[in-house]
Design a protein around this ligand. Structure first.
Ligand code: ADP
Ligand code: TZD
Ligand code: MG
Length: 582
């Protein structure tokens, strides 16, 4: 263990001092941290400098939520906690939404925030950036800790890493007051306080009886279905998942970030027959997927009321959260899937041919409808002909990391663009967050080297748009495609009451490509699928920052995309509310 030393003239002869900054950087390095995503200021500026000098890569953002989103995506891609660094109160608060979303998405990350002097903050004496950050973070994080002494830095880092990745992964908040960063400590004593976390996310093997119970249900199924979620993608157990799916022949349905875990053109994929698969399945194996709103809580009419559920998940408390789980498989996905394959007797489980044929027929029917939609060529462009152009370019580039947010831009891209490789699709996730785009794209480029294509609604892009400067500053291989229909959901909303634009309207004549030109990237403004194909091909091949503003018809798009049914409905003719009598 090496702890960087600072010689201070005042130090006693023979005593070598270091400080909290250096101990923290050493603790992170010792635990394999290679990158910090953040925004600097009091009291963490020197922390970033010292980290950078130590060989850790520091990626400086324009706003903390994007830095936090990058850390979360790094966590999803690498199975190691991504690190986000923020300043005290306002910077801390800007980062907090990304910590909350990471926790909801089950992505491991650690937000490290500097904070102000405890004695002043605690008595609310009006300290600089005064806020009880630990208390504020707690409801939004999987765990939250504060380090109050330099000698506890190693322990705090170890605890944060363990909490972030063990069991169900999530966001951890680590508070470090400026005084602790500046605290001096004897270098030999400091070295003894640091350790590397052993086996931070231990394997969790399901009991044989639990495995046999699940196999028994699948063996008796007439219409079995496997649902793969982003927990399965995260688990990096691709071979174990594939082996069981292919050995049994059971149709599978990938949730959006599990697309590519098995290729989308796999013959067992039921993605193109999703609603039939859900409504007809009689025994369902959930693999790292929650039965939450994205799966209609497991209820009719989306699901058959008599469906039986088997759930593989690392978090036992997830089970029975919505439906009775007839066969719990608590463990990590790799161990669970391997156990299922190992304990299945030869020929015990085969997906009935009639069920496969039923799904295949629906897939063929839906694929023909999709082909017809993609073949239409309206001008101005609409979502399908624009995305056909994108699909044609990406078909030859399975290595591209696809980032995706928006409403229609999200839903239609998910359906049109197939994925071939695991963990190459990053999107708005469980909360449907707008603003993840540039942070996720930056993380994919930094962690995996790219290339990255971010397909963005024009509204969605605006939430993190300033980070294109970050993309240009670090010269990252990111191409942003803005599906610009001039609004939230669409750009043709009308306000009959005043000259103000309607609530959903943005500027349909916006030239987003000029934004990236301001920072030295390449901008394209395209109005036809041919131009889009050309621009995207050139941009991806260049490996340089690029932004394509893709002009769509402002009338293209449905309110809230595919989830318009979640909007409460105002009465068409509500009675006027009488004026209050007092
Ligand atoms: P999706 O949105 O794709 O359906 P969710 O985020 O709802 O997926 O579900 C992911 C689930 O995966 C969570 O319940 C989480 O506890 C679980 N999970 C995460 N990592 C692992 C792992 N390594 N092994 C098993 N389950 C995991
Ligand atoms: N704020 C945040 C942080 N997340 C959200 N999901 C929303 C607001 C609400 N919202 C959506 O759910 S989608 C969306 C918003 C504002 C933008 C849709 O417009 P878009 O996509 O231009 O990004 P399309 O292609 O026009 O539908
Ligand atoms: Mg839009």
């Amino acid at each position: 263990m090496s702890t960087t030393t600072t010689e201070t003239p005042a130090a006693d002869a023979g005593v070598q001092l270091t400080d909290g900054f250096h101990v923290l950087v050493d603790a992170l390095r010792l635990n394999g941290v290679q990158t910090i995503y953040g925004v600097v200021g009091i009291p963490v500026t020197d922390l970033a400098r010292i980290a950078q000098a130590s060989g850790i890569r520091y990626i400086g953002f324009r706003r903390e939520d994007s830095a936090g989103n990058a850390a979360a995506a790094a966590g999803f891609l690498t199975k190691r906690p991504g690190i986000c660094l923020t300043v005290s109160a306002p910077g801390f608060l800007n980062g907090l939404p990304s910590l909350a979303a990471a926790t909801v998405n089950c992505f491991p990350m650690i937000q490290i925030a500097g904070s102000s002097q405890r004695p002043l903050v605690d008595l609310q004496r009006g300290e600089y950036e005064e806020l009880d950050q630990l208390a504020a973070a707690r409801p939004f994080a999987k765990a939250a800790y504060r380090i109050d002494r330099a000698e506890d830095i190693g322990r705090g880092v170890a605890r944060a890493i363990r909490a972030a990745v063990s069991g169900r992964p999530g966001g951890v908040y680590l508070d470090i007051p400026g005084q602790v960063l500046g605290e001096t400590i004897d270098v030999a004593a400091a070295a003894k306080t640091l350790w590397r976390v052993t086996d931070p996310a231990p394997q969790q093997v399901p009991a044989p009886e639990a495995v046999d119970r699940a196999l028994g249900l699948l063996a008796g199924a007439e219409r079995p279905l496997i649902v793969l979620g982003k927990g399965a993608a995260y688990a990096q157990s691709d071979e174990q998942v594939r082996a069981f799916v292919e050995a049994t022949g059971i149709p599978f349905l990938p949730m959006s970030m599990a697309k590519g875990l098995l290729p989308d053109d796999h013959p067992q994929s039921a993605a193109a027959a999703r609603s039939l698969a859900l409504s007809r399945a009689d025994v369902v194996l959930l693999v790292g997927a929650r039965l939450n709103w994205l799966l209609g809580q497991g209820e009719a009419p989306e699901w058959s009321p008599s469906a039986t559920f088997i759930q593989a998940d690392i978090d036992a408390t997830e089970l029975d959260s919505n439906q009775p789980i007839a066969a719990p498989l608590v463990g990590d996905i790799g161990s669970v899937m391997a156990a299922l394959t190992d304990r299945a007797k030869p020929g015990q489980i085969t997906a009935p041919a009639g069920w496969r044929a039923e799904l295949d027929a629906r897939k063929d029917h839906n694929a023909a409808a999709m082909r017809a939609r993609l073949a239409e060529d309206p001008s101005p462009m609409r979502f399908f002909n624009a995305l056909r152009a994108v699909r044609d370019v990406l078909a030859g580039r399975p290595d591209v990391y696809l980032v995706n947010e928006g409403a229609n831009s999200l839903d239609i891209t998910r359906d049109v663009i197939g994925m071939q490789v695991p963990r190459h699709r990053l999107d708005s996730g469980t909360w449907g967050v707008m603003g993840i785009g540039m942070g996720y794209a930056i993380a994919a480029a930094v962690e995996a080297g790219g290339p990255v294509v971010a397909i963005e609604g024009d509204s969605a892009f605006g939430f993190s748009g300033m980070e294109i400067e970050t993309i240009c500053r670090y010269k990252l291989p990111v191409t942003v495609v803005i599906l610009n229909n001039g609004g939230i959901y669409r750009g043709d909303g009308v306000n009959a009451a005043s000259a103000d634009p309607a609530p959903t309207v943005l500027d349909p004549s916006a030239h987003h490509e000029r934004l990236i030109e301001a920072f030295g990237g390449t901008g394209y403004h395209v109005t036809t699928p041919g131009q889009l194909t050309q621009a995207l091909g050139t941009a991806v091949a260049s490996g340089q920052p690029a932004l394509i503003d893709c002009v769509l018809d402002p009338s293209a798009g449905a309110e809230s995309g595919h989830i318009g049914n979640l909007n409460p409905q105002p009465l068409a003719n509500p009675a006027p509310i009488p004026a209050p009598s007092r």
